[in-house]
Ligand binder design. Sequence first.
Ligand code: BMA
Length: 315
Amino acid sequence: MSAPAIYPKNKEEIVVRYAGNPILTAKDVPAAANGVYNSGCIKTGKSSYVMLCRVESPAMKQFLWPADSTDGIKFKLRPEPIKMPDTPEFREYTTGMFYDPRVTKIDGKYYVVFACHSGHSCRLGLMESADMKEFNWVDFISQTDNRNGVLFPEKINGYYCRLDRPNTSDGRAYMWISYSPDLVHWGRSKALAVAQDEWGWKKNGPGAVPIKTDKGWLVIYHAVNVQCAAQYVYHLGVMMLDLKDPSKIIARAKAPILSPKTDYELNGLSYAVVFTAGAVVEDNGEVKIYYGGADRVQCLATAKLEDLIDACYNR
Ligand code: BMA
């Protein structure tokens, strides 16, 4: 019996896992660690990449720990994680839990948006850096119960622009978009991508920094469904946002571009998670997608930029 006409024909994977995955594990951390995953990454020069790793300590605190590379594949963690401020306000709103950093370069400066956890739940924090060596804390930039913030790499219509993922009262969470004149005060928020498809109805949120293309802003995002026994399964998807008005989705792939399949994506500190916080577009059109496997290890996959764009329309 032949498959119904509506069944998609494409069989090939457009996202290829790096054969040497995972590229970083707890053993690569110069201290005791439970895992290293969900790291942000940016290319800072012709052959220099800086990854901001999410490192979990044995006490389950989360640190942002820089790592360097000359090829975007082999990374070496620096001796120490980034030091955070030690002020009463900071201690009130964080309990040593900093994670899922996204690094965006805007007008020559690097900005890192990351989750800061405390008894008040999760807020987004912002750091800036001139060189990805020294990092300066800027401020909390969201109210509570919001995580996975990512900045666009340029102002749009005169405003900084951000995607993030606030929680909803029924335990779902979807991607929103907001604007800011100064990166600290945010408003004009709109729900961007709400419940969708079988593989993203529970949650979806931003992943890597949006990539500017001729067709629009290419967004590699995470989307979550729930399998048996309330098990969250995290996939990666792609969508295209309007260049001038990124609150408009102009195309979105109907199927994930990456779903948990290998042992390092299925078994970790969580189960069945692929989660990206960074991607690098190389001059030859290769996109390096950095992603965490099962909340334990750092992985890499590659895709052609043109295939990711095409997937938004045809997959
Ligand atoms: C999300 C984030 C990620 C994590 C994922 C799966 O909500 O908090 O840090 O990888 O859950 O546990």
